[in-house]
Design a protein around this ligand. Structure first.
Ligand code: ADP
Length: 512
């Protein structure tokens, strides 16, 4: 007997590329979809792609995408039986998950209790300790004063990191290199955490230097099956925020992969995890790994895992939420080849990543072998300051790392976004850097390695520049001395260009 999903209509409580991603997975499963949108997103693609769409308020997310009451009301009105939160917004909000359950809706994610426990990094470290998962040296408890923090720092040795228990997005984090810096840093981290999360609790960890960020994707169903889909390397970060991810990691061999996978599965089991989730680790140069946190949701970088494993992580999430067992056993997960993801944001890498707003006049999208584009922008799209500046993810797959990098370079070269600066040129530079090719980078390399420093004079596709220069030179020549009409075929002088060639040149010049 084939089992059927216990859900049939899913409200997607998000916007942008991730809303589209979830809508597509629903469609693949034959599930109906409901989109919600703020006033700024009236014409967005997620609104057009869903079966139904409902307004939920003004542009600021506090008045729209974060309004639990409105989301639940729309779900009820539309007859949805499940809510997928995407990532960001309410994806790791235990109150939202609870409100869904209270309203008789399936929340596509883990239980509110698990979200609450793992969302508190101090509690998450305690879960990790119970499961014998190695943690970064430091406290498994919050610290209440800068004096206490200084005492702990002396014990573990400077430098240390003050981190927010409720942390996320790198907020509420401060590096402390000596006892003299502690009082100020402690206060700043705590205030920032209070402002961002309404919880000023902080703890202390040893600052590990020259580490890689390696995370393990987990899938767990309601029947007690827990598997991992291998690792993602997310070391290239700006201000503790990921910019480029890949799977597998050049730093792992099969043995270490098995160890980290087993530990991640143990941590997920310990907390009774259900749905897709990620266990994050830091990996030192002497190949020791330490748990830092768990993300109880779908992650931005999930496509790299999908491309190497062939598993549709969002489809699995929906199947799990609909009461079905995992489609795969651990033995069936056999990663193949290499995948890389570049996050393209509407920020100017050559002007301190200044975010831009405005209209994207024209877009030419990359395609071809091995390229996937997850994006919600289109020609005429208005970039709004109300939301995250990420406008697209390009994901490249290759049989090996080299081919994945080369394909990504091709895609970055093809991708044209007119109307806003983007991080595309920086990604081109990063992928060409010798240290990137060698895998020689750590979580702070973007800020410290000169090869990765945004260089406005760098341009990957020198051939394009050369071609443009040739066209301009040809144009100048043809203006200065129009070609003479000669009798065709005497071989002594160039024949006049055909009309279509001239039209082609005019079009090229119009575009430059
Ligand atoms: P957030 O949830 O705010 O993103 P994380 O705990 O996931 O915070 O850490 C984000 C990044 O900060 C990590 O990928 C790493 O680059 C850095 N980081 C966190 N903890 C440490 C540590 N103890 N030592 C060195 N770097 C760290």
């Amino acid at each position: 007997m084939t089992k059927v999903l216990k859900i049939s209509k899913v409200l997607v409580a998000n916007r942008g590329e991730i809303a589209l991603r979830v809508i597509r997975a629903c469609r693949d499963l034959g599930l109906a979809t409901v989109a919600v949108y703020s006033e700024a997103d009236r014409r967005s693609l997620h609104v057009r792609y869903a079966d139904e769409a409902y307004p939920i308020g003004p542009a600021p997310s506090k008045e729209s995408y974060l309004r639990i009451d409105r989301l639940i009301a729309v779900a009820k009105k539309a007859g949805a039986d499940a809510i997928h939160p995407g990532y960001g917004f309410l994806a790791e909000n235990a109150d939202f998950a609870q409100a869904c359950l209270d309203a008789g809706l399936v929340f596509v994610g883990p239980s509110p209790e698990v979200i609450r426990t793992m969302g508190d990094k101090v509690q998450a470290k305690q879960v990790a300790r119970q499961a014998n998962v190695p943690r970064v040296p430091g406290t498994d408890e919050e610290v209440s004063s800068h004096e206490e923090a200084a005492q702990i720092a002396t014990e573990f040795g400077y430098p240390v990191l003050i981190k927010a228990s409720a942390g996320g997005g790198g907020k509420g984090m401060r590096v402390v290199r000596s006892a003299g810096e502690m009082e100020l840093a402690f206060g700043a981290a705590s205030r920032e955490a209070m402002g961002a999360f309404g919880n000023g609790g902080v703890y202390v960890e040893k600052l590990l230097e020259n580490v890689k960020h390696i995370e393990i994707q987990i899938l767990a169903d309601t029947f007690g099956n827990v598997i991992h889909l291998g690792e993602r390397e997310c070391s290239l970060q700006r201000r503790h925020q990921k910019m480029l991810e890949e799977s597998p990691s050049i730093a792992l061999d099969d043995d270490l992969r098995q160890q980290m996978g087993a530990v991640a599965v143990a941590a997920a089991r310990q907390v009774g995890y259900v749905s897709a989730g990620t266990i994050e680790f830091l990996l030192t140069t002497d190949r020791k790994f330490y748990f830092i946190e768990m993300n109880t949701r779908l992650q931005v970088e999930h496509p790299v895992t999908e491309l190497v494993t062939g598993v549709d992580v969002v489809v699995e999430q929906l199947r799990i939420a609909g009461g079905l067992p995992l489609s795969y056993s651990q033995e069936e997960i056999k990663p193949r080849g290499w995948a890389i993801e570049c996050r393209i944001t509407a920020e100017d890498p050559f002007n301190n990543f200044l975010p831009s707003i405005g209209r994207l006049e024209r877009i030419v999208v990359p395609t071809g072998p091995g390229i996937r584009l997850d994006s919600a922008v289109h020609s005429g799209y208005e970039i709004s300051l109300y939301y995250d500046p990420m406008i697209a993810k390009i994901i490249a797959w290759g049989a090996n790392r080299n081919q994945a990098i080369n394909r990504m370079q091709r895609a970055l070269g093809e991708y044209k976004i007119f109307g806003s600066p983007t991080t595309i040129p920086l990604h081109q530079q990063l992928l060409a850097a010798e240290d990137f090719r060698k895998g020689d980078f750590h979580t702070t390399s973007l800020e410290t390695n000169p090869q990765f420093k945004p260089d406005p004079t760098y341009h990957h596709d020198q051939r394009l520049i050369a071609a443009m220069a040739a066209v301009l030179a040809e144009h100048r020549r043809s203006i200065q001395s129009p070609p003479k009409v000669t009798s065709a075929g005497n071989g002594s002088a160039p024949a006049q260009s055909s009309e279509w060639k001239q039209a082609g040149r005019r079009e090229m010049l119009r575009r430059i």
